[in-house]
Design a protein around this ligand. Sequence first.
Ligand SMILES: Nc1ncnc2c1ncn2[C@@H]1O[C@H](COP(=O)(O)OP(=O)(O)OP(=O)(O)O)[C@@H](O)[C@H]1O
Length: 206
Amino acid sequence: MRLVADNLTLLRGEDVVLHGLSFDVASGSALVITGENGTGKSTLLRGIAGLLPIEAGTVGLADKPEEFGEASLEELCHYLGPDNSMKGAMSVGENLAFWQDFAGQPFYEIEEALEMVGLGGLSSIPFSHLSTGMRRRASIARLLISYRPIWLLDEPTSGMDAVSQKQFADLMGAHLEDGGIVIAATHISLGLDNMQSLVLDGASLS
Ligand SMILES: Nc1ncnc2c1ncn2[C@@H]1O[C@H](COP(=O)(O)OP(=O)(O)OP(=O)(O)O)[C@@H](O)[C@H]1O
């Protein structure tokens, strides 16, 4: 399977943020998007996730395996935004149960996913009681509790310590080895081997 963007144009409000952007990312590989603040990294991820309209051009899947049936691109993507999209008053486990129900395709058990992100045994505490880096790790558990082949990640390691970043690099590596696709916007190296780079420099602004 390939995620293919062809000549994409995306707006924020009335302003053209990205124009004429193309890429082709195959299963098992990552596209790492870098660029200065405001160059459109988040905009691109939101466009792929179906959270912003595509003004011109296309983004879609080529060579989609039969196992994914009629699922749309959006239904095959996990979108991890810059905020964690969790309710502070609900427990970590309750938040993850909501997301598992929402995303479908149950994959790892919630407790198991929490172990995998270094939060084993913390399912019952309120999300608001977690530290900044722990909140990010709990959000990363969302990627593991429902199977979706495409991970769209906006500053995924923000607030995470070096050990957690390495753990997450290993999780991304395993996802790629399983034939997944990772598209990540970041200001730091994610430690991935099989990746292409897309540098947004604002040159497409008009
Ligand atoms: N909700 C919004 N409404 C209008 N314009 C927006 C909105 N969000 C972002 N923009 C504008 O879109 C442009 C691209 O923003 P975007 O958030 O995609 O950049 P970014 O590369 O992700 O930046 P950063 O590195 O700071 O996260 C900026 O000019 C920004 O001001």
